[in-house]
Design a protein around this ligand. Structure first.
Ligand code: UD1
Length: 354
């Protein structure tokens, strides 16, 4: 197969490209080479094992630069910063919603299957089980309610602009694909691993913890640290994406699959594992009494559907994945911890913290 990877020069795209080439496929990329993500665009292009067309997925003319012969599209290109989405609203809508719609238009025009990257952010606060109120969504009904894993059929209740754009993008892809295009939507949890952007202070908490560990600074945990996330190693996400490329859905029957480990890790456990991966003495953690607009409390994937479909199951535990990321990234260039302080200050200046 010849597989187009939008955002192919990025973190997940580079891993997936190598995996697909290793399995005998050819790859091409369409990538904006955005400076917020790529500190060294030339090396990123050189590392991609196929041609790279430089262009913006939300610009219809950019797709004309993709060579003929594409049989599948994996649409990865997106704006992904939860906090940043709360004020760069227009940019997030344009890239994530219009970019995904155009990916589906392209797939239909070229007769290709589409695997579109969404996010667990569509679930927002997700699912709770309560002895008094039963299954509730979107908000904890009372103290007795326990957060549980989100199923693919759960309702969408995004709380960030980012999550909202991912929900709208799924709808746009489904509508444009219609009965013509085989569509798989993948909703990953928090993806971590070697190659993650270290210069971009709008990426996730683990890159922030790495920057702090390298400066022997205490890790800043927002709130009490009992919030949970499901950290999935990029290698496991890539196994699922490659499987979805090789086992397309039926046209007209879009398939939605979660990606995660199915296990919740608290921010305190994340900090503990990150410290375990560091070669320096523990700087400890410090709690900041702050809540960012758009942040949720708990996230975890239900993997029942993935298992029933025979798709690859996760092989990395969150703790091993966290240690792997810290060890691999330790001596790689990246932004200093102050960049994350600045990103938080920016949210505060805009009234997006409480
Ligand atoms: C992340 C991804 C998003 C993906 C989603 C899937 C980023 C920016 N966002 O969102 O693209 O779709 O996972 O679940 O990567 N925190 C701290 N200290 C810090 C930084 C953050 O305690 O220094 C906290 C945050 O308040 C939050 C948690 O860590 O409670 C996770 O935040 P973060 O990694 O930024 O992103 P998610 O919202 O989980």
């Amino acid at each position: 197969m010849t597989v187009l990877l939008t955002g192919g020069a990025g973190f997940i795209g580079q891993h997936l490209a190598r995996r697909l080439v290793g399995a005998g496929h050819e790859v091409v990329a369409l990538d904006l080479m955005h400076p917020q993500v790529h500190a060294d665009p030339e090396s990123a292009v050189a590392a991609f094992p196929g041609p790279v067309a430089v262009g913006d997925v939300a610009d219809a003319t950019a797709w004309d630069g993709v060579p003929d012969g594409v049989t599948a599209v994996v649409h990865l290109a997106a704006e992904t910063g939860t906090g940043q989405s709360m004020y760069e609203t227009e940019r997030y809508h344009r890239v994530n919603v219009e970019g995904t719609r155009l990916a589906a238009v392209f797939a239909r025009a070229r007769g290709a299957a589409l695997v579109s990257m969404s996010s667990r952010a569509v679930y927002g606060e997700g699912r709770y089980e309560c002895p008094e109120h039963g299954t509730v969504f979107a908000a904890r009904c009372c103290a007795a309610a326990e957060p549980v894993a989100s199923h693919e059929d759960d309702p969408h209740h995004p709380v960030s602009v980012y999550g909202e754009t991912k929900s709208l993008a799924e709808a746009a892809a489904t509508s444009e694909c219609g009965t013509d295009v085989a569509l798989t939507v993948v909703r990953p949890q928090n993806v971590i691993g070697p190659g993650q952007a270290l210069h971009n202070p709008y990426t996730g908490v683990l890159a922030a913890f790495l920057a702090m560990l390298r400066e022997e600074r205490a890790l800043t945990v927002y709130g009490d640290g009992h919030q949970t996330r499901d950290f999935v190693h990029v290698a496991d996400l890539v196994s699922l994406l490659a499987w979805a490329v090789e086992h397309p859905a039926s046209p007209g029957s879009p398939r939605v699959l979660n990606s995660g480990t199915g296990v919740r890790t608290s921010l305190l456990d994340l900090a503990d594992a990150a410290i375990a991966g560091s070669p320096l003495p523990s700087p400890g953690v410090t709690h900041l009494d702050v809540h960012r607009a758009g942040d949720i409390e708990h996230a975890c994937a239900d993997l029942g559907r993935l298992r029933a479909a025979g798709a690859p199951e996760p092989t990395w535990t969150a703790r091993d994945a966290i240690v792997d990321f810290i060890r691999w990234s330790w001596d790689k260039p990246g932004a200093g911890a102050a960049a994350w302080d600045d990103a938080l200050d920016e949210l505060a200046r805009r009234g997006l913290t409480s």
